[in-house]
Design a protein around this ligand. Structure first.
Ligand code: ATP
Ligand code: MG
Length: 568
């Protein structure tokens, strides 16, 4: 490609809201443009990178035996009502009506459509298993679209759906997909971890996420230093926390404890001179459901932090938001003095399961300025106890007893064992070996294809711009004609370019200053540049490695061979 013919509008500055390197450099390097909040268009070079990633994903998916299809982005609301997700999905699902008042959604994921596609067509176990996948546009009305392609509202996903006659067959495909994803992310040259995950709005059990390790990741992942245990913080477990600090032994009693409502747990620990391990704190949230809102208290140890996704799963809400003091009081709670013992009838609460059957605790007495001491957690229903706490660095691994650490990751893939959830809700059944009808077992498997474009930069950039690897670079080599008025430079560069694979090579023949072209090379980040400059008179050209910015002089007669090697 000749740079003079390429639409790659590079710019000096990025918009203010572009804080991450991938967001900045993809805009500045002319890979993408923004057309609205969370909406991006791919320019020629962005499209080349996207297609390279897409090709790798497609090749490995095809190798795994899956069939590629393409479903529509617009879906009738009726299908979403059949699965029950029309109401359950929350605000990320964009709902709209046509001129005849029929309801539709823009597909954020395609379980419903694909189930409808095979329903009443795949009717026997003999036609199973089957895996259908696509690489298409998704729309999610994200609450906070940000970080460019990392969290758009419109984005490109590879989504696959498999159908099975048994849980075992599903597990086999799930494992095959784990392997397939491993191959895809390895081919892309990424450093990733496979982690236990929360299943979110998609549902089902047994899900794993593929996390690329990156400082700017939005996800916290917990990893063990002693074994292969790794989990998203939303789903991470730990060995039950213990302490060597002596418990504050006391008979059950109510104490006058005038403390400020704000930060009351620290005041209480100070007041009684106890370790916060022996205190219970209350975190009160407003839980949003389809048709109602509830104020709910979650109780965890004073030294622990409530993990919001776990809390949301515990109460089954669509969303948890902060509750105002007024709402908290109106619901019957006593802010600053709220405890799990002696709450008013009818209020909703959950307790962290590590508190079950614990003794010698201190908690609010549900009365202003009073706390209980000597509390034992014995007489509460099992259903009150849920895993609610956030795992922290330094906690103990639930698998091997090693030490857990927390690191940042970007989710690039997610695989789920859905089981029969969707097929039963939507009445998609097959005849099994024994002549009985039953709903399909299903798995679903996603990869954030457009997110990966940004991920490639998040893991490889410097202060000047992108540093693409060979697998994903828009072009591998940028031949820079230093002075386009120089006939010798022009003809040498053009002849060389014609002898190479022009799909892999960009010839910067623009009538611009050398410094400007070099700046574009560094910003766009092709793996190599070849400078055809003054040295040509002495029979020399210069090869630049983008990663190290090291320059190497090479004889002009030898350069063709060197480049052929480089490009192969
Ligand atoms: P996240 O937790 O990041 O919102 P998710 O759990 O909602 O992701 P899935 O429903 O599993 O994501 O979708 C499959 C893949 O699609 C994700 O692993 C991710 O790589 C990608 N993806 C999800 N949401 C977005 C988005 N808003 N923009 C770009 N890619 C996305
Ligand atoms: Mg999401």
């Amino acid at each position: 490609m000749r740079f003079s013919k390429l639409y790659a509008p590079t710019t000096k500055d990025a918009p203010k809201d572009a804080t991450l390197p991938s967001h900045k450099f993809l805009l500045r390097g002319g890979f993408v443009t923004q057309s609205g909040s969370g909406l991006y268009s791919f320019l020629p070079m962005g499209k080349i990178v996207l297609d390279k990633i897409r090709d790798i994903v497609k090749e490995e998916m095809d190798n795994s035996g899956a069939n590629e299809i393409q479903m529509g982005v617009v879906t009738t609301a009726d299908l979403w009502k059949q699965s029950g997700r029309y109401d359950a999905f929350g605000k990320e699902l964009l709902r709209f009506k046509d001129r005849k008042n029929n309801e539709f959604v823009l597909g954020p994921t395609h379980e419903e459509v694909v189930v409808d596609m095979v329903r009443n067509i795949i009717t026997s176990y003999k036609q199973l298993p089957l895996h259908l996948y696509q690489i298409t546009t998704k729309f999610r009305d994200e609450a906070r679209p940000r970080f460019g392609l990392l969290r758009g509202r419109e984005f490109i996903m590879k989504d696959g759906y498999s159908f099975h006659d048994s849980q075992e067959s599903l597990k086999e495909e799930f494992d095959r997909m784990e392997e397939t994803y491993r191959k895809i992310f390895t081919r892309l040259g990424l450093d990733f971890r496979i982690v236990e995950a929360d299943s979110g709005a998609i549902g089902g059990s047994g899900s794993k996420e593929f996390m690329v390790l990156a400082d700017n990741g939005e996800d916290d992942i917990v990893v063990c230093d002693g074994c292969d245990y790794a989990a998203n913080i939303e789903a991470a477990r730990r060995a039950k926390r213990t302490t060597v600090v002596e418990p504050p032994e006391a008979d059950f009693a109510k104490f006058y404890t005038p403390t400020p409502v704000k930060d009351s747990i620290n005041h209480i620990a100070e007041f009684f001179k106890v370790d916060k391990f022996y205190t219970i704190k209350s975190v009160i949230k407003k839980a949003i459901y389809k048709d109602e809102e509830k104020i709910i208290s979650f109780f965890v140890r004073g030294c622990d932090t409530l993990q919001e996704t776990k809390a949301q799963n515990a109460c089954g809400a669509l969303e948890l938001v902060d509750a105002s003091e007024e709402e908290v009081k109106k619901a019957g709670f006593n802010p600053g003095f709220c405890g799990p013992i002696g709450l008013p009838e009818g209020v909703e609460f959950y307790i962290d399961e590590e508190l079950k059957e614990e003794k010698n605790l201190i908690c609010g007495a549900n009365e202003e300025n009073y706390h209980f001491v000597g509390v034992s957690m014995f007489n509460l229903k099992d259903s009150r106890y849920k895993d609610l706490v956030q795992v922290n660095a330094g906690d103990i691994c639930p698998k091997c007893g090693g030490k857990l650490g927390v690191t940042k990751g970007i989710e690039v893939g997610h695989i789920f064992q859905l089981g029969q959830k969707y097929a039963s809700a939507m009445g998609a059944k097959f005849l099994d070996k024994n002549g009985k009808t039953q709903p399909f077992y299903m798995g679903c498997y996603g990869i954030g294809v457009s997110r990966l474009v940004a991920v490639m930069i998040e893991v490889s950039y410097d202060e000047k711009g992108c540093i693409w690897n060979k697998q994903t670079a828009p072009y591998l080599l940028d031949i820079i004609i230093s002075n386009t008025k120089d006939d010798e430079q022009n003809s040498f560069a053009n002849e060389l370019y014609e002898k190479l694979d022009t799909k892999k090579v960009l010839l910067d023949d623009r009538k611009e200053r050398f410094g400007f072209k070099m700046g574009d090379f560094e910003l766009i980040g092709f793996p190599y540049a070849l400078i055809i400059g003054k040295g040509l008179k002495d029979g020399e050209v210069e090869l630049v490695d983008r990663k190290t910015l090291a320059k190497k002089k090479i004889k002009k007669d030898e350069i063709l061979e060197v480049l052929k090697d480089l490009l192969s």
